[in-house]
Design a protein around this ligand. Structure first.
Ligand code: FA5
Length: 325
């Protein structure tokens, strides 16, 4: 009877009730039978004791089976394994990473100002990453310790035949100018790589938005206007930005651009007027055309807009963080 009842219970409470009824230490049915062992003839006792042990083992096994069946969701014989009337579980669909969303948004804003998008490879040669950008051989930016050079057979890191993960999207300026004639108005968004130690505002892989505009009368005033309109569109009308004099080998004059965030100036990009040496390197006439270029940190823009205070959160893969965007 006990085995039958154990096999049919459909809830923990019913199982516990049955356990107490049959196997309870005080008044369980099994205990009652055990008590009668004393009344049996001495000669029959060993056999009766053995039989009781067998029954006890069998009941323990039946109880164990019933417990497991309840835990695994199955229940007694007459209870269906699954309840078809319960609501289904929602499928959790993936969604677009905040940086990819930012890239789409930036392209859209720049597109409205007439900038089309251009692409370039992430594995580059020193010509596009340095030489054509007026970065001479002995410049510290080319140091193998400051770049991810590839271990290419037969090539020496930093030499003309070596390859590296691009350290800036300025490479795409060169690729576009090598293949097209002015007027040019492009942006290029993609990954860049530097062996920087990660902290709240640095990561060894990050994204830049490169901008390039070349025409007959492009001036610094155009550059400042485009960056200001961009910042107001993406970060809001009330964002404060400032331009600081700076130096890049491929622009002259050069500036760095900061936004104000929680009372601190944070640098979000570099920019300037394309250096005549660069225009010459790609076969343009610096007397006939001029232009500006800029390179902005996509993560820092995304962080400012969404109030993300640590860049590492973007790449932690933590769904609790990512699913907020
Ligand atoms: C450059 O990379 C220049 N190529 C920018 C440029 C383009 C200047 C065209 C003139 C003309 P810089 O190294 O300062 O400049 O990097 C630009 C931006 O990338 C920084 O302002 C910052 O926002 C972002 N950045 C740089 N290093 C990191 C990093 N490790 N992690 C996250 N963002 C970074």
């Amino acid at each position: 009877e006990a085995s039958e009842v154990f096999a049919k219970v459909s809830s923990q409470a019913a199982l516990e009730e049955a356990r107490v009824r049959f196997l309870g230490a005080k008044n369980g049915a099994f205990r009652e039978i055990q008590k009668q062992l004393g009344k049996i003839d001495k000669a029959d006792k060993p056999q009766a004791g053995q039989r009781l042990n067998e029954v006890k083992k069998a009941l323990a096994a039946a109880l164990q089976n019933a417990t497991e069946a309840l835990e695994s969701g199955g229940a007694g014989d007459d209870t269906p394994a699954a309840d078809p009337t319960l609501p289904g579980e929602l499928l959790s669909l993936g969604h677009i990473h905040p940086i990819t969303q930012t890239i789409d948004h930036l392209k859209e804003i720049m597109g409205r100002m007439g900038f089309e998008t251009a692409e370039g490879p992430e594995v580059e040669d020193p010509w596009h990453n340095f030489v054509a950008l007026n970065i001479p051989e002995d410049h510290p930016a080319r140091d193998p310790l400051d770049n991810f050079y590839l271990a290419t057979a037969g090539a020496t890191a930093g030499e003309a035949d070596s390859q590296l993960m691009r350290s800036q999207t300025s490479t795409v300026q060169i690729r576009v100018m090598e293949n097209r004639q002015p007027p040019i108005r492009i942006v290029s968004l993609g990954r860049v790589y530097r062996p920087d130690d990660p902290d709240a505002t640095h990561f060894p892989m990050f994204h830049q938005m490169e901008g390039l505009m070349i025409d007959t009368h492009v001036t610094m005033a155009n550059l400042k206007t485009v960056l200001r309109v961009f910042a107001n569109n993406y970060l809001g009308e009330d964002v404060q930005i400032r331009f600081r004099p700076s130096f890049f080998p491929f622009t002259e004059p050069s500036v760095e651009v900061d936004f104000l965030w929680n009372d601190q100036w944070i640098e979000f990009g570099g920019a300037g007027m394309v250096d005549p040496a660069v225009l010459t390197a790609v076969g343009y006439d610096p007397e006939a055309v001029s232009g500006f270029a800029f390179g902005l940190g996509v993560e820092r823009l995304c962080m400012r807009r969404h109030n993300i205070t640590d860049i590492r959160d973007l790449y932690s893969g933590d769904m609790r963080f990512l699913s907020q965007f």
